[in-house]
Ligand binder design. Structure first.
Ligand code: B12
Length: 228
């Protein structure tokens, strides 16, 4: 099977399993930021597939001042579906005779600082799925920040997709929605500590038990919200 056909085959498989977006990139220097647990092996896997699933708007519309059980359940189901998609794409790649490493959708490997194996947002950006938003998230033109991500690393050579050169411009919609006041005028000004403190507070309140918030996710005009 030709390289072009394999790319098409993998994209069709991902969409058939519920993906809302998929893109390809060469990992390049990002490998230096990967977690030491996988970094040396990842040097042999220079290509990445970035997969996104859009959270249901109807679920996100139930949020007002804090995350709720509906969102917690949908968040967990979406992570599980992302892990299923990366698992099945990896099987297809090994059927082609190449190596594949499916990265967990939402696993914190080290606590201080909070790090995962791979930063899915940076891979998704390089794979053309979206841009770096003021809320420090990957913003997709179709779903705004309401998209969850995962990554598959591979040595199967695939034609990369184009990076999206877009940004949030003057929009302040998510800034007004943030309960922590963590969002500034640019992505670089995002205050991660304030966000992390608020997410931790929500997690501890009434034993909610999940490090999530979601309030900035459904105010994005790239998702049908109003540009503030
Ligand atoms: C640890 C973690 C957390 C921690 C720490 C937050 C953080 N930003 O690191 C806590 C628990 C606080 C948290 C909170 C949330 N999280 Co979280 N989290 C992760 C996790 C597991 C690792 C993130 C990581 O590598 N951080 C490392 C630090 C260094 O990164 P950073 O400081 O944010 O970013 C630096 C660079 O990456 C760069 N940068 C930041 N963002 C972007 C985006 C682009 C496009 C680019 C190019 C660069 C760039 O600038 C920063 C300074 O150098 C990822 C899953 C994954 N494996 O990627 C999910 C992930 C980032 N979380 C996600 C979400 C949605 C959330 C919450 C909204 C909670 C919720 N689910 O409701 C909040 C929002 C946090 C925020 N706005 O940053 C999604 C984001 C999806 C998207 N559309 O971008 C991810 C990708 C999970 C997933 N599978 O989709 N999270």
């Amino acid at each position: 099977m030709e390289q072009r056909d394999r790319k098409q085959d993998l994209k069709e498989l991902a969409y058939s399993l519920g993906a809302s977006a998929i893109g390809i990139c060469e990992v390049g220097k990002l490998v230096e930021k990967f977690h030491p647990e996988i970094r040396e092996k990842a040097r042999q896997l220079p290509f990445a597939l970035s997969i996104g699933i859009a959270l249901q708007k109807a679920v996100m519309d139930t949020l007002s001042e804090r995350p709720n059980d509906m969102y917690k359940s949908h968040y967990r189901a979406t992570n599980s579906q992302l892990d299923t998609i990366s698992y099945k794409l990896s099987r297809r790649i090994s059927d082609f005779g190449f190596q594949a490493m499916p990265i967990p959708a939402s696993m914190i490997v080290t606590r201080y600082p909070l790090l995962a194996h791979v930063n899915h947002r940076e891979i998704a950006h390089k794979a053309g799925i979206g841009w770096w938003g003021k809320n420090n998230l990957l913003i997709s033109p179709e779903f705004g920040g309401r998209i969850r991500l995962t990554t598959v690393l591979t040595d199967l050579e695939l034609v990369p997709d184009e990076i999206l050169f877009q940004d949030c411009g003057k929009c302040k919609a998510c800034d007004k929605a943030c309960p922590a006041g963590a969002i500034g005028g640019t992505a670089e000004e995002f205050d991660l500590e304030k966000c992390q403190a608020k997410v931790t507070e929500f997690c501890k309140t009434n034993n909610f038990g999940q490090l999530i918030c979601g309030l900035c996710l459904n105010r994005c005009p790239h998702d049908g919200g109003a540009c503030g």
